[in-house]
Design a protein around this ligand. Structure first.
Ligand code: 2DT
Ligand code: MG
Length: 218
């Protein structure tokens, strides 16, 4: 008898939404047979380039936004077969960010400068088409007040008030709100309340069937 495949679980959200904490909590609660994958994965050669982009002080970033967008996607593609192998072996995989962060952040970045063409949703989603679609998807919806109340933003490229506001707007436009796999979570609640809701939702999710792949994201 073949083993049941694991569930692919995605947690998305803005910076300071508690996303990484919740990913850690869920991974721990699901037990030893669970793998956490964080995007961007800064440990690969592509990840090193992404890290340099996010942490460098240079201003000439918009020139290379298209190539950075493709690198963020390539970073998902380079881990795609590893993720699928874990799922096939019966392990649950928790994703900290995925294709929605890819689309939302590049969308806003391309509009932050008046000297370049804005990138369209049609263009932005193409590199990620064909990636595995999560079986359970959470978006941690944090209010701006709460986001600001939490420990301040770091120094990275996208960690700015205005930018985050625009990313929140585009997230809300592209999230698959009618999809039965999608769950909007009130991330202003306490860590414990949120982690219980997430864990119970994952536990109650049906055993996934055949793998699903993105043929359209937005
Ligand atoms: P963390 O703060 O979670 O390390 O993310 N980003 C992320 C993109 O612009 N495109 C992507 O495809 C992904 C996955 C979001 C670092 C920053 O990278 C942004 C915040
Ligand atoms: Mg961050």
């Amino acid at each position: 008898m073949s083993i049941n495949r694991g569930k692919l679980i995605l947690i998305e959200g803005l910076d300071r939404s508690g996303k990484s904490t919740q990913c850690d909590c869920l991974t721990a609660k699901l037990g030893a047979n669970t793998v956490l994958v964080k995007f961007p994965d800064r440990t690969t050669p592509i990840g090193h380039q992404i890290n340099a982009y996010l942490t460098s002080a240079s201003d000439a970033k918009n020139d290379s936004l298209e190539s950075m967008h493709l690198l963020f996607s390539a970073n998902r593609w380079e881990l795609a077969s590893t993720i699928k192998a874990h799922l096939t072996a019966g392990r649950d995989v928790v994703l900290d960010r995925y294709v929605y962060s890819g689309i939302a952040y590049s969308y806003v970045a391309s509009r932050a400068s008046s000297t370049r063409q804005p990138l369209s949703l049609d263009w932005l989603q193409v590199p990620d088409l064909g990636l595995l679609k999560p079986d359970v998807f959470f978006f941690l919806n944090v209010s701006e007040e709460e986001q600001v109340r939490r420990a301040g933003f770091g120094e990275e490229l996208y960690e700015k008030r205005e930018f985050q506001r625009s990313v929140a707007d585009i997230f809300h436009k592209i999230l698959p709100k009618g999809d039965e796999t999608f769950h909007l979570i009130d991330a202003d609640k306490s860590l414990d309340e949120i982690s219980s809701v997430i864990y119970e939702t994952v536990a109650a999710a049906p055993q996934p069937g055949d793998f699903q792949y993105y043929i359209k994201i937005v």
